[in-house]
Design a binder for this molecule. Sequence first.
Ligand code: SF4
Length: 397
Amino acid sequence: MTAMDLKQVMKDYFIDLDLAAGDPDRRVAWCTSVGPAEILRAMGFEVFFPENHGAMLGATRICMDTIPVANAFGYSPDICSYLTSDVGAWQKGITPLTKAYGIESVPNPDILVYNTNQCKDVMHWFEYFGKEFDAPVFGIHPPTHLPQVETNHVADVVAQFEDLIKVLEQLQGRAMVQEDLRKTCALSREATDLWAEVLETAMARPSPLSFFDGTIFMGPIVVLRGTEIARDYYRSLLTELKSKVDANEAAVPGETKRIYWDGMPIWGRLRSLSELFRDNQACVVASTYCNSWIFSDFDGDDPLPSMARAYLKIFINRNDHYKEEYIRKLVTDYHIDGVVFHDAKTCPNNSNSQYNLPARLRDSGIPAVIINGDLCDLRCYSDEQSATVIEAFVETL
Ligand code: SF4
């Protein structure tokens, strides 16, 4: 399967969601990107991920027209620009799904489920849309910023999952079929293991893929976790990438430097940044962002506790020491020459440069640099400044 087929996979997903939203016999749930999608799917919901929609608003730069609408409505320019992009788009009555797939609007939710394992902005975001659609909103509030994931943390989240299941059972008028949950969880595990292997192909020199490719390839692991489609897609992508490794095919021709990217992508500048690194023979071979959808704990034989562990253990939900050790390991495993930290103005939650981490890396001999920007709001980003900083940084490596 190739990138062409990825387009089809994503198209089919959105078209089916649209059909589900218009079908009285089907139900749609909105879910945060690292929320319990497996439970929703096992309970027969089609799942829509507003953050994915936010990324589309960013990548198409439609957000530059919609963020100010949300700002004028009272959502600060300093909060998550996925949220402001999305709220503004809703208020303007527009969506990138129209141009991409001929879909008029985001699908109406029957329930919205968020998990604050990533940040609390998702709570405000989902509460807004819960009111707009007059739909129930369910929040998972796990322990956060953990050095270790302990048994009591897992028990806490399992209890919250069980409460969620009761709400879903009422909406669907039927009980959860345990076998469905086991199967969904097992499928998520298969897909995420394959996604990990896909990313690991970048350990090869030269790397067959870059972070910028990864931000596109990651679509199914975000929106189709728990389905056979996601598993099959990554199986085929892995085959393709392995053959590129065998053929010494480089994502960045003449790769001489290998970079780690920490923080959010700058969606509206993926292409120009990709070209900037390419022109400097530097390949961004690993990132915190793409790795955030590796959930090695999922276990179909122990669905709820294993899901609780997986969603508690994510990088963004860990303490600073864990994050430092994590990045150091990837720097070694991927033979990284330098680390670029993206300090995203509206996502301090996923910007890791603010508590001395780059300085600690530098002290131990790992070059690191910080660029200022944002995931969506390009008012916070300067092409010239970033190009100067990145070019100078790569040159010193
Ligand atoms: S983690 Fe950052 S980008 Fe994601 S929803 Fe929260 S504030 Fe927004």
